[in-house]
Design a protein around this ligand. Structure first.
Ligand code: FES
Length: 242
């Protein structure tokens, strides 16, 4: 993982970062490309799905796309089916789009507004906060615990500009805090003149490509050199990585 962090410019071990270690002079290590097979190997992709997509913070979209209670968006991120929604309390939530009964998706459209998430398969339904509301045929069974059957939730971070990030780490607290990789990235002076809520999503497009070539992490360092208007277009355009 350290080599990944170095590659993406997110840090990593001190010795290879060019900083002085234990009083020794800083030593610049050469920039290395990833081995070519890493871009095409199915095994490497499975490793990346586990080590990156379910452990790291992923940029998703902007909160202005789900302004009203009940608004939801559905994403496929490296094969993970994800819902992001706004509940009645105004909170932004993210869930795995998997019914707790037999794993049918509770949301089938790419976006919309829903009063509840109702699974079409056998009629289980969930509130906008992910809590199980009804489980026909099960809710009266002895020993059945409704509270144990909420949708699987995903960690959410809404940054100061209203952009939504998720982390699919199954632990109660993500192994990597958002701040560890992105602290203050949303507080850059050049963003201050923009109200990101004033922008509307115009269009999206999909690219048939290896995610490492066109994915969020690869081009993240470029964001720092882009004008905010171009950044907004890119942020929106990249709200789906499959
Ligand atoms: S799979 Fe959803 S109710 Fe059965």
């Amino acid at each position: 993982m350290t080599s990944y962090l170095n590659y993406f410019g997110f840090g990593g071990d001190k010795a290879s970062s060019g900083k002085a270690v234990d009083g020794l002079p800083a030593k610049q290590s050469p920039v290395r490309a990833l081995p070519a097979t890493w871009y095409t190997s199915p095994e490497m992709y499975e490793f990346e799905r586990r080590a990156i997509f379910t452990r790291r913070w992923l940029f998703m979209t902007h909160s202005s796309r789900i302004k009203n209670a009940g608004d939801f968006l559905r994403f496929n991120i490296a094969g993970y089916d994800v819902i992001i929604n706004r509940d009645r309390a105004g909170n932004i939530n993210a869930f795995h789009n998997v019914c707790r009964h037999r794993a049918y998706p509770v949301v089938e459209k790419k976006e919309g507004n829903a009063r509840i998430f109702a699974c079409r398969y056998h009629g289980w339904s969930y509130g906008l906060n992910g809590k199980l509301a009804k489980a026909p045929g099960y809710q009266d069974l002895e020993g059945y615990e409704k509270e144990q059957n909420s949708l699987f939730s995903i960690h959410v971070k809404v940054d100061i500009n209203g952009f939504i990030w998720i982390n699919m780490d199954a632990k109660e607290t993500p192994e990597v805090p958002w701040e560890e990789h992105f602290d203050n990235v949303d507080k850059q002076e050049r963003y201050s003149e923009f109200d990101f809520d004033n922008y509307e999503l115009d269009h999206t497009y999909e690219i048939e490509a290896v995610w490492m070539l066109h994915g969020i992490f690869e081009i993240w360092p470029l964001f720092h050199a882009m004008p905010p208007c171009l950044l907004i277009i890119l942020f929106y355009a990249m709200s789906s990585v499959e």
